[in-house]
Design a binder for this molecule. Structure first.
Ligand SMILES: *Cc1c(COP(=O)(O)O)cnc(C)c1O
Length: 369
């Protein structure tokens, strides 16, 4: 049996290539691909993922905040990088590191133009973000004329693309809502095209948009979760391979007698004699308290072992009664077989939250298998 030395998150770059190839296969050849690598590439390793995406032919990267792009530029990543949620305080950094900001409000657009003018920029690439129903970030459809007017008065910036974001692309019960978003985006796109002397490219679809709405691919798609191995639907999950495996090892085994308790607050009480194992991973590593008390189930030599009692900061305890294992043996929390989306769903959350929450204390290990 292999003995893990410590808690690690293994990142399989071959699985990333597999997922990229599958997602690409759903697109017309002329559609560009933006890899979304925000939040440490969904909790994996943004530098390694970005470099691999650059190598295998992605056209663009997206991050949420400028500082994430500084890390990528410092590591030599050359692809164009869209900053989805650009903040005024980072405009200088954005220009300094050749990052491309999303413009989502008149306030942000006016201020960025001032910064670009002050820095002597000409045609600095910006991306116009429109709100078509998510009501999170973006200009409204009613603001197109005003936005065009602001842009007419400067040559410091140039619109590289216009985009919007789908609110429920994974939910086919909301098909009509999504179709309305696509229609709104199409109207906005043609209005912007008419108002500018050039044609910015258009993008709307996230992973589920790619898979469920081919009519929403436009000139480019933006995929995050699909690259990391999840398709928000069983039929697509089967086609994708989770790139990350969270593994640890058994620190100590305890024999617990009936009526004894395990962990803080005595949250677990044994009915009968049982065997428990203590693992060196806790809520400070991203396995939150929501996974305590039987919600999270880990895998010991392929056998299911539930987390018992409350999750501690640095440890969890699992029930290994009847499982043939020893101290030092490997334990898998999630990976290509025991999938993170199932782990998350038992605690009523989603793969996105679980994988992005694996903290920086957990060592990342890059593999290619
Ligand atoms: C995070 C994000 C994406 C990626 O979404 P997935 O569902 O992970 O593919 C795409 N576009 C925007 C604007 C985002 O914020």
């Amino acid at each position: 049996m292999s003995k893990a030395q410590e808690t690690v998150l293994e990142i399989n770059l071959n699985a990333l290539t597999h997922n990229y190839t599958f997602l690409r296969s759903r697109l017309s050849p002329n559609v560009k691909f933006m890899g979304v690598v925000k939040a440490f590439a969904y909790g994996s390793d943004s530098v390694e993922i970005s470099k691999k995406l650059e190598e295998i032919g992605a056209d663009y990267l997206a991050i949420a905040y400028a500082e994430e792009g500084v890390t990528l530029r410092n590591s030599g990543v050359m692809l164009p990088i869209l900053v989805l949620h650009s903040q005024m305080v980072s405009f200088d950094t954005i220009i300094d590191r050749c990052l491309e900001p999303a413009m989502y409000s008149k306030r942000i657009l006016r201020e960025f133009i001032l910064t670009a003018e002050k820095c002597g920029q000409k045609n600095y690439p910006v991306h116009l973000k429109f709100n078509t129903g998510l009501n999170r970030l973006g200009f409204n459809e009613s603001e197109v004329a005003e936005v065009l007017q602001i842009l007419k008065n400067t040559d410091a910036v140039k619109v590289a693309s216009i985009f919007s974001h789908l609110a429920a692309s994974e939910d086919l019960n909301e098909r009509e809502f999504t179709s309305n978003q696509i229609a709104s985006f199409t109207r906005i796109a043609s209005e912007v095209d008419k108002g500018l002397a050039y044609k910015p490219f258009k993008h709307l679809a996230n992973t589920s948009g790619i898979l469920n709405f081919p009519e929403a691919h436009f000139d480019m798609v933006r995929s995050g979760i699909g690259l990391y191995g999840f398709g928000n639907e069983t039929q697509y999950d089967e086609k994708l391979v989770p790139i990350a495996t969270l593994k640890t090892n058994i620190s100590q085994i305890h024999e617990i007698k009936a009526n004894q308790s395990v962990g803080y607050n005595r949250a677990f009480k044994a009915d009968t004699h049982m065997t428990t194992a203590t693992l060196p991973i806790g809520h400070a590593d991203g396995i939150g308290r929501i996974y305590g008390n039987g919600k999270g189930i880990v895998s010991v030599h392929g056998k299911a072992a539930p987390i018992i009692g409350n999750t501690c900061m640095d440890m969890i305890m699992i029930d290994i009664t009847g499982i043939d294992c020893a101290e030092g043996d490997e334990v898998i929390l999630f990976g290509p077989e025991a999938k993170a989306n199932s782990f998350a769903e038992r605690a009523k959350t989603i793969s996105y939250e679980l994988i992005t929450g694996i903290s920086q204390r957990v060592k990342r290990k890059i593999i290619n298998t």
